[in-house]
Design a protein around this ligand. Structure first.
Ligand SMILES: [Zn+2]
Length: 106
């Protein structure tokens, strides 16, 4: 059974998936995407959580929360710019792709 062609988030090439849950055209592109997401997540998660837990620096340790939010926003801007420069799929489209194909966390 053939699945409809789809776009690889890493290279934006169109490929025919071998199963419904295949999101990348190749193991190399899946690994590249995953490794980059792991590195980004390790850095970003701490600041995103601190910003959220202080409601963007309006609760609790406001100074740390505000700075955490600035750092988080700067990192996300950098990641977006890097993805655009490299021709990769943006985060909104990738999230939509994952949700569509049943990859929601938890
Ligand atoms: Zn690819």
């Amino acid at each position: 059974m053939a699945y409809p062609p789809r776009e690889c988030p890493e290279c934006r090439g169109i490929f025919t998936p071998l199963d419904q849950r295949q999101l990348f055209c190749s193991v190399e592109h899946r690994t590249a995407w995953s490794n980059r997401a792991t590195v980004r997540g390790r850095v970003l998660t701490l600041y995103a959580m601190a910003a959220r837990q202080t409601r963007e620096g309006t609760r609790g340790d406001k100074a740390t929360g505000k700075r955490a939010a600035q750092i988080r926003n700067g990192l996300m801007q950098r990641y977006r710019d890097e993805d655009r420069e490299a021709g990769r799929m943006d985060a909104v489209r990738f999230a939509a792709l994952r949700i569509k194909h049943g990859f929601e966390p938890i």
